[in-house]
Design a protein around this ligand. Structure first.
Ligand code: FDA
Length: 503
């Protein structure tokens, strides 16, 4: 096979991969980005690039015959999910034994499907999770750099108070206040100017048109519009899509050798390619990077990888739940898909929880207050190699999820009690399932900073091999994670370009 080589290769084009690509390109280093998903820039027959949550088609999910949205049912009816034809759609749900993980697939990774909440973690908790990182430098240099590059902005508070589109947030805020709990505004990468024009009827609706987990056609500053656009603009960065890296090994001369399957829209492999590079950056996400490195260690292609590769994984304590409101507490038929507020009870050391007030945009009044709670669950799990399939297993158990569930329940029992309300029993597939603690939007860890890597993401046991994605974060960060992942990647790239790549 002909070997296609470049000085640097980046695997994956989510937050970690996008930061690496831009900073390498700006440093004048020719870089190839390999991404297993599609480039989402071509409109379908309906004139749109992405489909909405209300009307999912083949573009919605990664090679499925039926969508697998987080909400299984609504009013106990199987009305949420729809049959679709298999296609490299934008949202994936990877199912392990007791935990399933939602992921973005495509150029931009999770930024294509996420809620855009751009939250900087509490400095004290960041310091607790990353004891060896200089927090002053993080909060004065890398977090501000990440927020500026990502295009983070905040909702106009006056508009928030007046618009029907955030009535659902105001109702949840009132119920939190009745409980003596604090709420806080949360910034976002969705352009709030665009959103206000959507509300005014002068821009095409996206956040106000039920678009989010299957992609936003307008308004969202996803990575393909920020970091990746700038990376390609350097002229030094090339992107290959629909190519999945399978293996990583090291040639006799110390360069990296990768094999990747290129596949077509049916999922059939049309070519297996070989790539070579001097510097290898892994940005395949917590699952992708952990899998590549665990496989490399266990199959012997990179035997010197540390024993902690694959360990330290957690779901950021995620629990989704719904509360049933009183008839007079309407949440509104019209709901923006971009969350802008959270209940912040993290300072409660007995039961730290940060709960995002999530929309449930169905186009009709349903009296549901929906939340994605992030709990301080200390449990962690490991990925192990499965020689039968060549993939990895995740050791996370239902008992470990129950730790998150109990923390979320403690907080929301208080809210229900203060407001004389109850949970919703019709959302997660069976009437005894009130808390969805078996899926996560925030997979974190597997190649933890300072354990599997040095303090800057250089993988232990090898030189010129780096991790820049969510696998560096030790299982929990207390808030939605992409700002943290981006800022840590900026910190890694500043150090690596200063110390490792100088001629
Ligand atoms: P990320 O998953 O973004 O990127 C990895 C990329 O690598 C993907 O494009 C993947 O296809 C590719 N890849 C993987 N393996 C590969 C291989 N072997 N070869 C080639 N390519 C490969 N966070 C937040 O802060 N605020 C929010 O509001 C939300 N909301 C939210 C909603 C939903 C529905 C989801 C699924 C997630 C969120 N998140 C979120 C989480 C956030 O999106 C997530 O933490 C980041 O995308 C993780 O960034 P990474 O760079 O680690 O990987």
């Amino acid at each position: 096979d002909a070997v296609d080589s470049a000085p640097a290769i980046v695997v994956g084009s989510g937050y970690g991969g996008a930061v690496a690509a831009l900073r390498l390109g700006q440093a004048g280093i020719r870089t190839l980005v390999l991404e297993m998903g599609r480039l989402w820039n071509t409109p379908g027959a309906d004139g749109k690039v992405f489909c909405s949550t209300a009307n999912p088609d083949r573009r919605s999910m990664w090679f499925r015959t039926r969508t697998e949205a987080p909400l299984a049912t609504f009013l106990w009816l199987d009305v949420v999910n729809k049959d679709i034809s298999p296609y490299p759609g934008v949202l994936d749900r990877v199912r392990f034994a007791d935990m399933s993980v939602f992921l973005g697939r495509g150029v931009g990774g999770g930024s294509l499907v996420n809620g855009g909440m751009a939250v900087t973690p509490l400095q004290s908790y960041f310091a607790e999770q990353f004891p060896a990182v200089d927090v002053t430098e993080m909060y004065s240099t890398y977090f501000p750099r990440a927020r500026a590059m990502l295009g983070v902005n905040s909702i106009d508070p006056a508009w928030f108070e007046s618009t029907e589109w955030y009535r659902f947030s105001r109702v949840s805020r009132k119920h939190a206040a009745n409980t003596g709990l604090k709420t806080t505004f949360v910034p976002n990468v969705y352009d709030f100017g665009h959103m206000q024009r959507e509300a005014a009827g002068t821009a095409t609706r996206s956040a106000l048109g039920q678009e989010v987990i299957y992609g936003n056609n307008h308004g969202k500053r996803s990575l393909d519009k920020t970091y990746l656009a700038s990376a390609l603009g350097t002229g030094n960065v090339t992107l290959h899509t629909m190519e999945k890296v399978k293996s990583v090994s090291r040639a006799g001369d110390g360069t990296w050798v990768l094999t990747a399957d290129r596949f077509d829209d049916t999922g059939a492999v049309v070519e297996t390619k070989q790539y070579g590079c001097t510097y290898l950056f892994l940005g395949a996400g917590s699952l992708g990077t952990s899998e590549l490195l665990v496989r490399a260690r266990e199959t012997g292609t990179l035997p010197a990888l540390d024993a902690s590769v694959g360990a330290g994984w957690g779901p950021n304590g995620n629990v989704m739940l719904g509360r049933a409101n009183h008839l007079w507490d309407t949440v509104g038929a019209n709901q923006s898909t971009m969350p802008v507020m959270g209940i912040d009870d993290w300072a409660n050391t007995a039961n730290p929880v940060f709960a995002e007030i999530a929309p449930l945009p169905t186009g009709l009044e349903h009296w549901v207050s929906l939340y994605l709670a992030i709990t301080k669950n200390p449990q962690r799990a490991s990925f192990t190699y499965d020689s039968a399939t060549g993939g990895v297993k995740l050791g996370w158990t239902a008992a470990q999820s129950a730790v998150s569930m109990r923390m979320a329940k403690k907080l929301f029992d208080r809210i229900n009690s203060a407001n004389s309300t109850i949970y919703r029993y019709d959302l997660f597939g069976s009437a005894d399932k009130v808390f969805a603690d078996d899926f996560t939007y925030h997979p974190l860890g597997g190649c933890v900073l300072g354990k599997a890597t040095d303090n800057y993401g250089r993988v232990k046991g090898y030189s010129k091999l780096y991790v820049t994605d969510g696998s560096l974060v030790p299982g929990n960060i207390g808030v939605n994670p992409f700002v943290t992942i981006t800022a840590l990647a900026e910190r890694t790239m500043a150090r690596v370009l200063a110390e490792d790549t100088a001629p």
